[in-house]
Design a protein around this ligand. Structure first.
Ligand SMILES: CC(=O)SCCNC(=O)CCNC(=O)[C@H](O)C(C)(C)COP(=O)(O)OP(=O)(O)OC[C@H]1O[C@@H](n2cnc3c(N)ncnc32)[C@H](O)[C@@H]1OP(=O)(O)O
Ligand SMILES: CCCC(=O)O
Length: 446
């Protein structure tokens, strides 16, 4: 038997009319990052006292949300996030946001296979194009899968949304129930703090490992971005980009003519990403740019796709690593900071790529309320979540050096990691490693 999917008849409604469709207990999905709706969220917050237990799922909130802020004690709106921004982190600290663990590249499959149909999805999109498509802008991620699983699809159109080319980066008018005419509000930007001296030292070590024709994935955070700044003056050419997040650093390399993608096997000549977050300049650069393709995350982040480009180099931040090489990149004990995101999938994809390398970088110490601690530790902080298991960790880089853990025994790993810890902590770490049998008695390693 064949199933016929009937085209919907999209109607134009106001944000208040759209918000009036919400009932207590419903599950809503908002777009990812820059795809979160503004007018709808404001209108929904206005209905706070009529509603209870409305669940809103999204990721990487880039600006304050009225439905978060109007409900300090909870009970009306509950937020769930696949990946925390600094704002989501504060809301989680206040007990008002809950993390959903994911390997980012698997998220579309979670919607298609495991998550109950979504009551309403509300996405900020570009205005409808000549083909009847509402482009997702720099937020392809898992949005197509949510549209497929949503009982009702609402788009809030925004003139300021960058229009990004790429397969499946949009929803057709025949799949849309309602259109809200947006107010053209600017897309939120995220800043890039200037690289610190430590960021520069770490970046210099990684850049020395990047060859002409390498294909880069640049992770979220200050250190990976410093790598781009350092790469600009390194003389390296013909870089490729197959990444998860489009960053300002990547656009700087593109603007400098260092990104040609000439050696890529997959999407030769194109930069491939699944979401964008950064400055206005970045949004201008990806807008209607055929060199920049925004794909769903189950294309960008699956290791069997990542590996197809030779010399893939994956560069990600971590917050703490133990002496066996388990990297905790997303939490501080039970305090959730960010998310697994694409870290593990890119680490695996880079390893599988011919000549590929993955780098986990961190400063050797972290100051917590005036107390300087080593980020390289015998035991991860109690409650900390392992983002990259020891078996997957390859290169680890601090301002004191770079070590490769692949093929190393537990004792060699401990020794290698101690060698790149801050000098003030090395003796103590060595003692702990021996006391706990990580380095057997009598074994002397260079
Ligand atoms: C898009 C892609 O990136 S693809 C795949 C990459 N994804 C990942 O690697 C996911 C995991 N990684 C991450 O989320 C980030 O890289 C991070 C959190 C590790 C670092 O990001 P940055 O923006 O450089 O971190 P930043 O220094 O601002 O720290 C973020 C928070 O973590 C806290 N933090 C950082 N390190 C530690 C630590 N060792 N112990 C405790 N807390 C820490 C900071 O205090 C800050 O919290 P605050 O806002 O309350 O002050
Ligand atoms: C949303 C995912 C961002 C990351 O991978 O860190």
């Amino acid at each position: 038997m064949t199933t016929t999917v009937l085209a919907k008849q999209a109607t134009r409604i106001s944000a208040a009319e759209a918000a009036a469709l919400v009932r207590s207990g419903m599950w809503l999905d908002y777009g990812f990052g820059m795809g979160q709706p503004d007018m709808f969220d404001r209108a929904l917050a206005e209905r706070r006292d009529e509603l209870s237990d409305v669940k809103i799922r999204s990721s990487l909130t880039m600006k304050p949300r009225p439905t978060h802020d109007c409900d300090p004690d909870g009970g009306h709106f509950h937020w769930f996030s696949w990946h925390f921004s600094a704002y989501d982190r504060r809301r989680h600290d206040a007990g008002r946001c809950n993390y959903i663990p994911m390997n980012f590249g698997e998220a579309p499959d979670y919607y298609r296979r495991f998550i109950d149909p979504v009551d309403i999805v509300v996405l900020k999109t570009c205005p409808m194009d000549a083909d009847g498509m509402f482009n997702f802008g720099g937020a392809a991620t898992y949005q197509r899968a949510v549209v497929e699983r949503a009982k009702r699809v609402i788009v809030e159109v925004c003139e300021a949304m960058p229009y990004c080319f790429g397969p499946d980066n949009g929803v057709h008018v025949s799949e849309v129930d309602h259109i809200i005419d947006g107010d053209g509000e600017a897309i939120p930007e995220i800043g890039n703090p200037a690289p610190t001296e430590v960021d520069r030292m770490v970046a210099a070590r990684i850049v020395a490992e990047i060859a002409d024709g390498s294909c880069l994935q640049i992770g979220i955070g200050g250190m990976p971005n410093a790598v781009c700044t350092t790469l600009k003056d390194s003389g390296v050419r013909d870089l490729g980009i197959h990444t998860e997040m489009m960053t300002d650093g990547i656009i700087e390399l593109y603007d400098a003519g260092l990104v040609t993608g000439a050696h890529k096997s997959l999407d030769r000549g194109r930069m491939v990403f699944t979401f964008a977050a950064g400055s206005r300049r970045q949004y201008e650069a990806i807008n209607r740019n055929p060199d920049a393709l925004c794909y769903p995350v189950d294309y960008t982040n699956l290791p069997h796709n990542i590996m197809q480009n030779e010399r893939t180099v994956s560069i990600n931040n971590t917050t703490q690593i133990d002496l066996q090489g388990q990297a905790a990149s997303e939490s501080d004990g039970h305090r959730h900071l960010s998310g697994t995101g694409g870290q593990l999938q890119f680490v695996r994809g880079a390893y599988a790529s011919h000549g590929g390398k993955s780098f986990l970088c961190l400063s050797s110490t972290y100051d917590k309320r005036g107390d300087r601690r080593s980020r390289i530790v015998l035991n991860l902080t109690s409650g900390n979540v392992v983002t990259t298991p020891r078996t997957d960790t390859m290169y680890v880089v601090t301002e004191y050096g770079m070590v490769n853990l692949k093929g190393k025994s537990v004792a060699e790993r401990a020794k290698a990691l101690i060698s790149i810890a801050h000098p003030d902590f090395r003796e103590g770490l060595e003692r702990q490693a021996r006391d706990h049998g990580l380095i057997p008695k009598g074994l002397s390693l260079a």
